[in-house]
Design a protein around this ligand. Structure first.
Ligand code: UDP
Length: 237
């Protein structure tokens, strides 16, 4: 499959057209941004790690019966995916309080939540991806009631699948962000990426942060943390 015209360039990935109108090529970059683009940097090796970690997780999720956009990895940083129309929602799943939830609700970081929290943010950089609820989503027609039910079900099942896998390699899944897309058939599939850029991952035994918070909060050891997640999830596989 050949890489065609650049369709879209995001903060961490580029998306290219291919000779098949139903396929795109996603190319992962080492660029990192935080706080809606206000903080910029480079994490050496991140593109290759996020590509391979995402693909490992997408394959597992697909095996467990949840459709994804994944087709095949074609290089260290590039992957062929199904072309979808992205549902303009960031779907956030939380098991342990951290980040914006801790700030907004005054729950100290690291506090286990009695039950899983599902949040939706409207994907809109100008507005800073504001939190929305089901009523906003339906009123703004960001997703239909049926699609929203499917997305919520998939998000919870993915939480179980990833939680179990990560527990085996002594990583706690604190929270993560998912995006979904729609195929021409109308089918909802998991899209985008699942990586240390989009998850909070804490070493179960030491509590050490193994994710993008090391970059956001200037904690140092960013590259080592990404490499550690890669080794534990993909290295032995
Ligand atoms: N997240 C993401 N992209 C975003 C916002 C959040 O991947 O644009 C992920 C983030 O890495 C974390 C989870 O979603 O794993 C929850 O993030 P939160 O709402 O706490 O926001 P943050 O504190 O990261 O700004």
């Amino acid at each position: 499959m050949t890489k065609g015209e650049l369709l879209y360039e995001g903060k961490a990935k580029k998306v290219f057209r291919t000779d098949d109108e139903n396929r795109c090529i996603v190319s992962y970059k080492d660029d990192a941004t935080a706080f809606n683009g206000a903080k910029k940097g480079t994490i050496r090796g991140k593109g290759a790690i996020n590509n391979r970690v995402t693909n490992r997780l997408m394959k597992l999720i697909e095996e467990k019966g949840i459709p994804t956009h994944f087709v095949e990895q074609i290089s260290e940083t590039d992957t062929v995916v199904k072309k979808v129309v992205i549902v303009p929602l960031e779907v956030i799943v939380r098991n342990i309080a951290a980040g914006s939830l801790s700030k907004r609700l005054g729950i100290p970081e690291g506090t286990p939540l009695r039950s899983t929290v599902l949040e939706f943010c409207y994907k809109n950089d100008e507005l800073g991806d504001p939190l929305v609820n089901d009523w906003h989503i339906l009123a703004m027609d960001l997703a239909s009631k049926e699609d929203l039910a499917v997305i919520a079900d998939y998000a919870q099942r993915i939480n179980h699948i990833l939680g179990e896998l990560l527990e085996d390699v002594h990583i706690s899944l604190i929270d993560f962000k998912l995006e979904f897309g729609k195929l021409p058939s109308g089918e909802i599939v998991l899209a985008d990426e699942i990586s240390p850029d989009t998850c909070r991952l804490w070493d179960t035994r030491t509590g050490e942060k193994l994710d993008k918070d090391r970059f956001r909060r200037d904690l140092g050891g960013v590259e080592d943390a990404y490499a550690e997640v890669f080794d534990r999830l993909v290295g032995g596989a």
